[in-house]
Design a protein around this ligand. Structure first.
Ligand code: ZN
Length: 351
């Protein structure tokens, strides 16, 4: 099958996105406009000049350290800026065929240099995201991301408590991201013990992205993760794969991100198919599409073109995502129906 024909089919499939960062979803055109308005220290000649600095380019080192330099926290100065960027991120996700979006964002990132209040910034994301999702007829919920290198028990607890007051605004989970090498899981046990004890929010932890299987294991055992961001190092440990399969701990895998950050050397050697065959619940996600310069369909295309995944295989992964979504049971059932009927339309097609 020709690549463009396959991509057209993938675009038309209803998809679930469990792992997408708002901060990695900023349109270049919007960043250019905000950069000029706020006189940011960026190459503001054109979208192309901005892309040279703030997106991944093929000639760059494929390391997590390089990748993390792409994130800026100085682009927002008003709640309106946050609302605009969130609405655009939701519309972009919908245009890719995503029917349920779990958009994660860092309240600390949005307030670090903007002078905005935490609760106002969180409300801006949730209200604008919910409105855009309603217009696009997709479902949405939000995950609060905390960065390992910025640990502050008091500040993090305050943010979670604000989130707990916004459950009706679809805040549904807590995420830990950032530098796993220098900030291992044990530093965060007290915080996640508290989140777990409260019990209202799902816990997902970026772990085993390019580190060790033990990081995945301790994220489950000590931080109460029910989902793992990436977790591809699990493939090195058979007992751990069995544990994830038995406990239905779901991996949110982002293949192109794993390549660009140097966690894998070749996309056709990605461990997702091995994890999948071994009974680990795996899902396909996009991570930071604006920085990768991808859509989620590019990640699905890796599965179809490089791993030989069929529509049946993709539907199986989609069912994994439904089961792991941070949604109430009745919404998961609705979502499953929507996914199954969308795949029904493509039934019999090869990809
Ligand atoms: Zn991520």
């Amino acid at each position: 099958m020709k690549a463009d024909e396959r991509m057209a089919i993938l675009r038309g499939l209803p998809k679930i996105e469990l792992h997408r960062h708002l901060e990695g979803s900023l349109r270049l055109g919007t960043l250019l406009e905000l950069g000029k308005r706020y006189d940011l220290d960026l190459p503001l000649d054109s979208e192309a000049s901005l892309a040279g600095l703030l997106t991944f380019n093929d000639d760059e080192p494929r390391t997590l350290a390089n990748f993390l330099t792409k994130f800026r926290s100085d682009w927002c100065r008003s709640y309106k800026d946050i609302e605009r960027v969130t609405s655009e991120a939701v519309r972009d996700a919908s245009s890719e065929g995503i029917v349920h979006l779990e958009l994660r964002f860092s309240p600390e990132h949005l307030t670090r240099t903007s002078g905005l209040q935490l609760d106002g910034a969180m409300k801006a994301v949730c209200e604008s995201g919910i409105a855009a999702a309603a217009e696009e007829d997709i479902s949405i919920c939000f995950i609060l991301t905390f960065a390992r290198e910025r640990y502050n028990y008091g500040a993090w607890t305050k943010t979670v408590d604000l989130g707990l007051r916004m459950l009706e605004m679809r805040i549904a989970g807590v995420d830990l991201a950032g530098d796993e090498f220098h900030h291992p899981n044990r530093e965060f046990e007290r915080f996640f013990q508290r989140v777990h004890d409260i019990g209202e929010l799902g816990i997902t932890i970026h772990a085993g992205e390019g580190t060790f299987p033990e990081q995945v294991e301790s994220a489950i055992d000590s931080l109460y993760a029910v989902r793992i961001g990436h977790g591809i190092e699990t493939a090195r440990d058979e007992a751990l794969m069995a544990k994830l399969g038995a406990g239905r701990v779901t991996l949110e895998i982002c293949p192109i991100s794993n390549f660009q950050t140097g966690c894998i050397d070749r996309l056709d050697q990605h461990p997702l198919p091995l994890l999948d065959r071994s009974g680990v619940p795996v899902t396909i996600n996009s991570d930071d599409p604006a920085i990768h310069r991808t859509s989620i369909n590019d990640d699905y295309d890796v599965a179809a073109a490089r791993w030989g995944y069929t529509l049946e295989d993709l539907l199986r992964l989609e069912r994994n995502a439904v089961a792991a979504a941070f949604l109430p049971e009745e919404e998961r059932a609705e979502l499953l129906l929507r996914i199954e009927s969308g795949y029904q339309e493509s039934r019999g097609q090869g990809i």
